[in-house]
Write a protein of this length. Structure first.
Length: 228
């Protein structure tokens, strides 16, 4: 009588782990987030407050000191330092211009002309069908530029780009007029009002336009031309 054969053990499958793809940071996060936007306005607030109370040079040093302190604070918290570095450089340029001109209104001169140049560049990008909001979004996220062949997707980026263009050109028009009229106090207040609050509105419109564009892109093969 033969013994029943014992079945050989079946080897268990090796445990494999699949890496979860890291989430791509949003455009707002790559720009420093809401905290980056708020902290970038602090040196300007300090200059606007200190200048009428203590004079030009104390206001320059105070704004520079605050800009550096904000940068160090973001570095300690291990937050993106790009916005902090650009903020320090921007304040430094404004401070140098104000010091060289000997006028407090010189602190705003760089921002005034930057608004004009950037606003015109945004308009040109829409005219040549390469809206800068779409170009920057694709460059930051590595998603490519095939969206340019889809009219609906490009329209979303056109809207977002035009919103920023209107905002920047409006800043230039209002602030340049105040600069020419030597209304330094009003110039500082207007710079604050037309800074973070309107930037937040433009950012919301940008988010809406990008999401609308992406929904349109996901409903058809990207790159397929649309009739509208």
């Amino acid at each position: 009588m033969t013994q029943p054969s014992t079945p050989e053990p079946v080897p268990l499958p090796e445990h494999t782990t699949t890496g979860v793809p890291a989430r791509t940071p949003t455009l707002l996060e790559q720009m420093g987030g809401v905290g980056g936007m708020v902290s970038s306005a602090i040196p300007l607030v300090v200059f606007v407050v200190v200048n009428p109370l203590a004079g030009l040079q104390p206001a320059i040093w105070a704004s520079l000191g605050v800009a550096v302190a904000v940068g160090v604070w973001r570095l300690v918290r291990r937050e993106p330092v790009g916005p902090a570095v650009s903020g320090i450089l921007g304040v430094a340029v404004c401070a140098v211009i104000a010091y060289r001109t000997g006028e407090a209104r010189g602190f705003y001169l760089y921002g005034i002309w930057y608004s004009l140049v950037a606003g015109l560049a945004l308009l040109v990008s829409v005219a040549v069908r390469r809206p800068l909001v779409g170009v920057l979004w694709s460059a930051l996220n590595g998603s490519g530029f095939s969206w340019r062949t889809d009219r609906r997707v490009r329209l979303g980026f056109d809207v977002a780009t035009l919103v920023w263009a209107v905002l920047l050109l409006a800043r230039f028009g209002v602030q340049h007029r105040l600069y020419q009229n030597q209304e330094t106090g009003a110039l500082g207040v207007v710079r604050l009002v037309m800074g973070l609050p309107l930037t937040a509105v433009a950012a919301l419109v940008t988010i809406w336009a990008i999401r609308r564009a992406m929904r349109s892109a996901s409903s058809r093969p990207l790159g397929q031309a649309t009739s509208s």
